[in-house]
Every structure is written in C-alpha cells, then in structure tokens.
Write a protein that binds this ligand. Structure first.
Ligand SMILES: Nc1nc2c(ncn2[C@@H]2O[C@H](COP(=O)(O)OP(=O)(O)O)[C@@H](O)[C@H]2O)c(=O)[nH]1
Ligand SMILES: [Mg+2]
Length: 354
C-alpha cells in the first residue's frame, strides 16, 4: 500500500501500522526547559497564535503540580493523578511526588497514544503540544519521560522544543550550562531539536546569538568573569561549536508572540527532517530493542524450562512484525482451557503468529 493512500479507520490502526504507514500527523512538540523558563506561557501563546489561523493545537499537560493553567488542555495529568495526594500517600516531598505522579501516569500512556491516533484519523489537529513539568530532569531523566518520548517518536513526527530563558542566561557560565543541558537532551532524545530563546521582550537576544556564532566573543565575555570555572567554560565552548553549527535557534517572546511565525517555519522544516532522516533511525532502534527484549524473554523461558526439568528448550518466537510491542503480546491459553473459562471475556489481543 502506498503511504499516502492509507486510510486508518480506528485506533487499532496504530497497532497495525507498518513502517511505511508511519503516521504523518499530528506533529508532536515536546516542550522542555528549566523551571521558570516559560514553557507553559510558551504553550499558551502557541495555542492562541495557531487559533488565529484556525489550526488549534492538541494540548497535553504533563505537569501535575501546575496551579494556574493559562490554557485548557485536551489531556491533563491532573485529571488522573493528584500530586498532593501522592505526597501524602507515599510520604514524599514536592519533587519526589512529581516524579512519582508522572511514573504512575505511564499506565495511561497507551490511552494518550490512542487519543492522538484518533486525532490522526480524524485529521482534527495537525500539531500536538506536550507541556512538561517545571523541573526538566523529571521528564528527561525519568523512565516515564523516556517511555513517552519513544512512544511518540515511533508513531508520529516528533520534535523537541527546548525553551531557554534569555533573562537568566546573560552570564556566560549560566549560558554554557544551559546549552550543555540542551546538548545532552539532544543526544539523549535523538530527535529534531529547536532552541527557543524566550523572553526576548525583556532581554535583547543578540548576545546569545553572538555567543553561539562567534567563539571569540564568547571567550571575551568569559574573560570578564572572575570565576575558577572560566577555563572549563572556554574548553566546553570549543566542544559545543559543532553543536551550535547544526542548532536551530529562534528568539521569541511568549508574552507578545513575537517571532512565532519564524518558529513555525522551523517546526515545518523539523517535521520534514524527522520523516526523511530520523524516522528510519527510530524504526531501526525500535526493532533492535524489540529483538533484544525477545532474546531476553526467550532466555528466561529457556532457563525456566530447564530448571523445572522439562527437557530441551524450544524457542518461543524470534521476531515481531513492525509496530508491535512485547507488551502487546499475551500467551493465549489453549483451546480446551479457553472453552472451559466462563469468567468474563478476554480483552482482544493478538497471537504471536498473527
Ligand atoms: N516577560 C516575559 N515573561 C515571560 C515570558 N515567558 C514566560 N514568562 C514569565 O516567566 C514566568 C515562568 O513562566 P512559566 O510559563 O510558568 O514557566 P515554566 O515553569 O517553564 O512553565 C511567568 O511569570 C511568566 O509570566 C516571556 O516571553 N516574556
Ligand atoms: Mg510550566
């Protein structure tokens, strides 16, 4: 079947897709950044900006601790997990509770993916935006953040938007640490990446752009810092030079909406880049991961069979068709057992030989 001819008609279509049929929309924007950099304000402005053009985005809030939400999300983690309750129940502080709330929410991720699949089928939104918790590491260094990023990227064109606070990065050393963080997120997610230099209404972004493109200018700024870190910063700046060359970077104001048109041009280019370059890599990584999981599972089953004295191990299965996860598989009881089972209906699953 030609990719462009596909007409997925239900959420099952997500599970049954082949590599060729990878969905083209919505383009998912994962918004990351340090606490207070302006992620939520950015998402809110992005919403009002797109609505002007009748392109309402599909909004997902994953910050369980967000109090005053300036936009109405289509999916909100706060509807499912009460993080104050998590604090009480597990005896955790605010940060621990946010991480735990996100981990608990992973059990809902398949529903989230189903809903995005419906958005694709109905073609109702061409962009989905994911607002993440205030503390960046909650998302980038947690299993739940990784699971969601991988689920999105293996199904939809996915772009990371890194929001950087121009006001707080005027010191070259802070700027450098922020950029190193951005760099680590880029290498960890392996996804198209856009750096949004936010709050350009209060601080002129020229300094940041100059530091990224002119190593000498950055070194001059470091010279003025009487910090023992400056030598390290200079060395790091050299290392980051290549990162800057490839980096897509846009100054915006989430308060006024300045330069959002430029930002969307970058999103279009990044979504194209995803389809042309990243998709293949993601499919490859996903396949390798599945194969490793299958081998581990087979080994466990072999060990189990040997230790219970059941003779020579027989491999159960060796490969999965594209688009299927180990977690999608259950081993159906044999026909005799099934016919005798009167305790409710089985969830529809699929057989390994499907
Ligand atoms: N002046 C100005 N303030 C901003 C901008 N973006 C965000 N803010 C402010 O920065 C603070 C933190 O923003 P918020 O969106 O909650 O940050 P988050 O923790 O990254 O979600 C709020 O007081 C916002 O009003 C901007 O572009 N310009
Ligand atoms: Mg926020």
């Amino acid at each position: 079947m030609d990719c462009d001819d596909r007409t997925p008609s239900s959420s099952d279509a997500i599970e049954n897709k082949t590599e060729c049929e990878a969905f083209k929309s919505p383009v998912c924007l994962i918004v990351l950044g340090m606490a207070g950099s302006g992620k939520t304000t950015f998402v809110s402005k992005l919403n009002s900006y797109l609505r002007q053009y009748k392109r309402a985005p599909y909004l997902i809030n994953l910050d369980p601790a967000c109090k005053n939400m300036p936009y109405t999300p289509n999916i909100d983690i706060r509807d499912s997990v009460k993080y104050k309750q998590v604090m009480k129940n597990y005896g955790l502080g605010p940060n621990g509770a946010i991480v735990t709330a996100l981990n608990l929410y992973t059990t809902k991720f398949h529903q989230l993916m189903d809903l995005l699949g419906k958005v694709n089928v109905e073609n109702s939104h061409d962009i989905a935006v994911i607002d993440t918790p205030g503390q960046i590491e909650v998302f980038t260094w947690s299993a739940s953040g990784q699971i969601l990023t991988e689920s999105l990227a293996s199904t939809f064109p996915t772009v990371v938007v890194y929001v950087m606070d121009l006001e707080r990065s005027t010191s070259p050393i802070t700027f450098m640490s922020n950029m190193l963080y951005a760099c680590s997120v880029l290498y960890k997610t392996k996804l198209p990446f856009i750096v949004v230099l936010n709050k350009s209404d209060i601080v002129d972004p020229t300094y940041a752009i100059e530091w990224m493109h002119d190593f000498e200018a950055f070194c001059d700024a470091v010279e003025n810092e009487s910090s023992y870190m400056s030598n390290l910063t200079r060395t790091m700046a050299l290392t980051l030079d290549e990162f800057y060359n490839e980096l897509k970077c846009v100054p915006v104001s989430s308060l006024t909406g300045h330069n959002f048109d430029e930002f969307f041009k970058m999103v279009d280019a990044a979504a194209d880049e995803f389809q042309k370059e990243y998709r293949v890599e993601w499919n490859k990584l996903r396949k390798e991961k599945l194969q490793t999981e299958i081998s581990q599972l087979n080994k466990k089953l072999d060990d189990l069979a040997v230790s219970s004295g059941e003779g020579e191990p027989v491999p159960l299965f060796t490969s999965l068709s594209a688009g299927r996860e180990i977690s999608d598989i259950y081993l159906a009881p044999n026909a005799d057992e099934m016919s005798g089972d009167s305790e409710g209906e089985e969830e529809p699953g699929f057989n390994v030989n499907d």
